[in-house]
Design a protein around this ligand. Structure first.
Ligand code: NAD
Length: 486
C-alpha cells in the first residue's frame, strides 16, 4: 500500500481507537486479500460490551449533535466528502486489496460515497417542518421534524465504503449519531472513516465503527433502549431475521436487501446499447451487486444475435488482481461464493442450458471465475430464483410483452429492473407493470445520490439517497397550539 495512514486494525469507539487489549473474550479475526489469499491484518472480534460502550457514547453525544445548526452538521459532512475525494486513490487501493474489485471501480466507489456526503450536506439545511390548515379557528397545527436518535448500521462487503456512506451521511445530516458494523471481510474501508473523523474533529461518540460477531452486536442494537433505529444492507434472509428482532423492540428499521433483477430486451431495442447495458449491469463488481441483472430476457427476434455479441464481450473481459492495470473483473469474495456460482451453473446445465462463455474457475485459481453466459435458461432452474452473486448471465428467450412481465415479476425480490426498448408507450407500460423499486430504461446502471435507492417485496423497505433518504432518520412531531382566542 502506498499510504498506510488509513490502514487501522482497531475499532473506532467513542472517538478512540480500541484494540482487543487481551481482555477476556476479546479475539481478533484475520482479513485476507481475496485476489492473493494473503493475510492483510486482523481486526477485533467485539461483542455486546463494546457495542454498548459505543451506544452509550452516541447517546451522550446526541443532544449536542442534534442541536447544532444544520449548517454546522453540513460542514462536517462536506469535510468528510472532501477527505474522501482528496484521498480517493489511497482509499480505493485499500478497498481493492480487501474486497477485490478493480482499482478504477474502487476509486469510483469512494467518489460515489463522497457524493452522498455532499448531497446530504445540502439536504441537512432543508429539513423543513409544516403547518397544517387548522379545522379550529383558535388553534394551530405545527409539524416539526426531529432526528430519530442513535442509529445502528450493518453493511455488507460488496461496497465496503459506499454502503456505509449512504447511511452515515443521511444519519449525520439528520442529527443522528451512528454506530457502524461493517462486514468482517472488509473492515478496513470502514475504519478509514474513523481516521477521517479524527482528522476533521467530528465530536466524540457521533461516529463509532465496530467489528465482531454480527449476532451479539445486532442483539445489542435491537435490545438497547438508547438505540432507536437499525439500518441494514445485506441478504434478505439475514434482513428478515434482524427486522423481526428489531420490531419486537419497536426500533425504526430500514432494510436494503437482496435483488434478482430482470433485464428485458425487446426486439425494438438498440442492440449495441443493450449489449453494453447488460455487460455493465451483469459483470460490474464480478456480478456481486444487489442490482446486478440476474435474469436477461431477450425477445425471440434478437435472441441469437444478442447471445453471440454479448458472449463475445464476456469472453473478452480481462480477469485478474484488481490492482493490475486493465483488469475488468476481480476475484469473488470467498470460496463459498465460487461454490454457489458453480452450483447454479451445474443445476442449469443439467436442466438443459448451455454454456456459451466461461463456465469454470479462471486459470488464475483462488476465487477467480470466468465471466459466464448461459443460453436456453428456463424458469425451473435455481439461477432463476436465487441470487447468484457472481459473474453468470442467464439468457431467457421470450415472445410477448405480457409474458415477460409475468416472468419478470415472478420472484420474491423487487429491487431493480432494466428494460431496453425504443417504444415510448412500452417504456411507460413497463415502468407501471414491473414490481420493483427502481426501473432503468435503456440504461444498465441507475444509482445516484440524487435518486431514491431501495426495493419492494423481499428486497426490503426504506430508501437511501435523494431527499426521501432523510425521512428514514427523522420523526415527525405534531404540536397543537390552542388558546389563541382573545
Ligand atoms: P449478509 O446478509 O450475509 O451480511 C450483511 C451484513 O450482515 C454483514 O455485515 C454481516 O456481518 C451481517 N450479519 C450476518 N449475520 C447477521 C445476523 N444474524 N444479524 C445481524 N447481522 C448479520 O450479506 P452479504 O453476503 O455480506 O452481502 C450480500 C447481500 O447483500 C446480497 O444479498 C445483496 O443483494 C445484498 N445487498 C443489498 C444492497 C441493497 O442496497 N439493497 C446493497 C448491497 C448488497
Amino acid at each position: 500500500m502506498t499510504d498506510r495512514r488509513f490502514f487501522r486494525q482497531e475499532c473506532y469507539i467513542a472517538g478512540e481507537w480500541v484494540g482487543p487489549n487481551g481482555a477476556a473474550g476479546d479475539e481478533t479475526v484475520e482479513v485476507r486479500n481475496p485476489a492473493t489469499g494473503e493475510i492483510l491484518g486482523a481486526v477485533p472480534n467485539f461483542g455486546r460490551d463494546q457495542t454498548k460502550r459505543a451506544i452509550d457514547a452516541a447517546y451522550e453525544a446526541f443532544p449536542e449533535w442534534r442541536s447544532l445548526p444544520p449548517q454546522d452538521r453540513a460542514r462536517y459532512c462536506m469535510a468528510i466528502h472532501d477527505a474522501l475525494m482528496d484521498n480517493r486513490d489511497e482509499l480505493g487501493e485499500l478497498l481493492t486489496i480487501e474486497m477485490g474489485k478493480p482499482l478504477p471501480e474502487a476509486i469510483g466507489e469512494i467518489a460515489f460515497g463522497a457524493a452522498f456526503f455532499k448531497w446530504f450536506s445540502e439536504e441537512a439545511t432543508r429539513i423543513y417542518g409544516d403547518v397544517i390548515p387548522s379545522p379550529w379557528p383558535n388553534k394551530r397545527i405545527i409539524l416539526t421534524k426531529e432526528p430519530v436518535g442513535v442509529v445502528g448500521a450493518i453493511t455488507p462487503w460488496n461496497f465496503p465504503s459506499a454502503m456505509l456512506a449512504r447511511k452515515m451521511a443521511a444519519a449525520l445530516a439528520a442529527g443522528c449519531p451512528i454506530i457502524c458494523k461493517p462486514a468482517i471481510e472488509t473492515p478496513f474501508s470502514a475504519f478509514a472513516y474513523g481516521v477521517i473523523a479524527d482528522d476533521i474533529g467530528l465530536p466524540k461518540g457521533v461516529l463509532s465503527i465496530i467489528t465482531g460477531d454480527p449476532a451479539p452486536i445486532a442483539d445489542e442494537f435491537c435490545e438497547n433502549p438508547k438505540l432507536r433505529k437499525i439500518t441494514f444492507t445485506g441478504s434478505t434472509a439475514v434482513g428478515k431475521g434482524l427486522a423481526s428482532k428489531a420490531l419486537a423492540h419497536m426500533k425504526r428499521v430500514s432494510m436494503e436487501l437482496g435483488g434478482h433483477a430482470p433485464l428485458i430486451i425487446f426486439d425494438d431495442a438498440d442492440l449495441e446499447r443493450a449489449v453494453e447495458g447488460a455487460m455493465i449491469s451483469k459483470f460490474r463488481n464480478s456480478g456481486q451487486t444487489c442490482v446486478c441483472s440476474n435474469r436477461i430476457y431477450v425477445q425471440a427476434g434478437l435472441y441469437d444475435e444478442f447471445a453471440e455479441r454479448f458472449s463475445a464481450k464476456a469472453r473478452a473481459l480481462k480477469v485478474g488482481d484488481g490492482l493490475e492495470s486493465g483488469i475488468q473483473q476481480g476475484p469473488l469474495i470467498t470460496e463459498k461464493a465460487v461454490l454457489k456460482v458453480e452450483d447454479h451453473i451445474a443445476d442449469a446445465t443439467q436442466k438443459g442450458a448451455s454454456v456459451i462463455a466461461g463456465g469454470k474457475r479462471d486459470h488464475l485459481g483462488l476465487t477467480f471465475f470466468e465471466p459466464t453466459v448461459l443460453r436456453d435458461v428456463t424458469a425451473d432452474m435455481k439461477i432463476m430464483r436465487e441470487e447468484t452473486f457472481g459473474p453468470v448471465a442467464p439468457l431467457i428467450k421470450f415472445d410477448s410483452e405480457e409474458e415477460v412481465v409475468i416472468q419478470a415479476n415472478n420472484t420474491e425480490y423487487g429491487l431493480a429492473a432494466y428494460v431496453y426498448t425504443n417504444d415510448l408507450g412500452r417504456s411507460w407500460r413497463m415502468i407501471d407493470a414491473l414490481e420493483y423499486g427502481m426501473i432503468a430504461i435503456n440504461e444498465g446502471v441507475s444509482s445516484t445520490p440524487v435518486a431514491p435507492f431501495g426495493g419492494v417485496k423481499g428486497s426490503g423497505q426504506g430508501r437511501e439517497g435523494s431527499r426521501y433518504g432523510l425521512d428514514d432518520y427523522i420523526n415527525i412531531k405534531y404540536a397543537l397550539i390552542g388558546g389563541l382566542e382573545k
